[in-house]
Ligand binder design. Structure first.
Ligand code: PHE
Length: 350
């Protein structure tokens, strides 16, 4: 083997020994670098006679090409190995079951509120929302419950800092303030028509939301829900209340087998007033009278505070307890379960 062949073999060996791209570059320098062996051979050509230069030069060139080919082959081999290792380390087991994203769900009381909204929506009622921190005026006074009225003591109220003596602030004890708030807006929108004696479209609204009282046991929570209903027009009667509320209850409980009783009661803002009781004719609660709402014909003083003439406008209001409705619908016997946030309980409604 001549020296050039030996050089090629040495280079191939060196390249094969290189285990990393960096090793390989170092090995390359030994042969093809500025002071590498092949380069040295090239330099040596200068001192040779012309004829020898030609044959010798061609031989060196051939050797150089073989060294370069060996280098390229090894480079490729190392790159392939690296890719292979990477693929192995990142291997995916596509047969593993996927990770489930836990699906959230609506709270049972939210489900009830949605039902209430959709049922009353189908009867032409809009939905209004209002503040939970109320003024004394909207929560009591405007609802015909002036200061020192004994009926105020029916509501154990959370008063809130930030009001004035003339306008104390409180957490609303019921959704009835929305009767006034909504009616005042409605009347304002139709002021021109009312002033011109052309009247206004009827007020037909429900107002669901959170309410607060100082009260806590298995059937009372300091925070609870109510849904107010208000229907005011020129000829809306107690009979309409009965029809609407009976329809609502039968749809809500998906039972025609259900009767209602309007039991005389008292609220300062309605006259006459009635508690609405329902009775199932079958099922586990069958035969018991269950109170679900307060109701009545809107008091003339309240109609006046809405900005309307009580000689012309009349109607009814009701306030029901969505928490109670939810308990009855699902057979839950402790109200506090709704507000403990225990997923073992809540996930049963999904
Ligand atoms: N706001 C009353 C309550 O909380 C319920 C009610 C609403 C009664 C509307 C009559 C009319 O007890």
């Amino acid at each position: 083997m001549n020296e050039l062949d030996a050089l090629v073999v040495t280079a191939q060996d060196e390249f094969t020994r290189a285990q990393t791209p960096a090793d390989l570059e170092n090995a390359k320098a030994l042969f093809l670098g500025k002071t590498g062996k092949v380069t040295e051979w090239m330099k040596g050509l200068a001192s040779l006679p012309v004829e020898e230069k030609k044959t010798r030069g061609a031989a060196i060139n051939q050797a150089k090409q073989m060294v370069e080919a060996a280098l390229a082959a090894r480079r490729q081999a190392l790159a392939d190995a690296e890719l292979e290792a990477q693929l192995k380390s990142e291997a995916l087991d596509v047969t593993l079951p996927g990770r489930r994203v836990p699906a959230g769900g609506l709270h049972p009381v939210s489900l009830t509120l949605e039902r209430i909204e959709s049922i009353f929506g189908s009867m032409g009622f809009e939905v209004a929302q209002g503040p939970e921190i109320e003024t004394d005026w909207f929560n009591f006074t405007a609802l015909n419950t002036p200061e020192d009225h004994p009926a105020r003591s029916m509501h154990d109220t959370f008063y809130v800092k930030g009001g004035t003596d003339a306008a104390p602030l409180l957490l609303r004890t019921h959704t009835s303030p929305m009767q006034i708030r909504h009616a005042v807006q409605h009347v304002k929108r139709h002021r021109a028509s009312l002033d011109a004696g052309r009247g206004m479209p009827e007020i037909r609204v429900i107002a669901p939301g959170r309410t607060y009282r100082v009260d806590s046991d298995a059937t009372h929570s300091p925070m609870f829900h109510q849904c107010e209903g208000l229907w005011i027009g020129e000829a809306v009667s107690f009979k309409d209340l009965k029809v609407v509320f009976t329809d609502f209850c039968r749809t809500f409980f998906e039972s025609e087998d259900l009767v209602l009783r309007f039991r005389p009661s008292f609220f300062p803002f309605t006259e006459p007033s009635a508690e609405v009781d329902i009775q199932f004719q079958s099922g586990p609660l069958s035969g018991r009278w269950l109170e679900v709402a307060g109701s009545g014909q809107v008091h003339p003083n309240v109609v006046r505070n809405m900005g309307l003439d009580p000689e012309k406008y009349i109607g009814f209001a009701f306030g029901m307890g969505p928490d109670r409705l939810t308990m009855l619908r699902y057979g839950v016997n402790d109200l506090r379960l709704f507000f403990d946030g225990d997923l073992r309980f809540l996930s049963q409604f999904q």
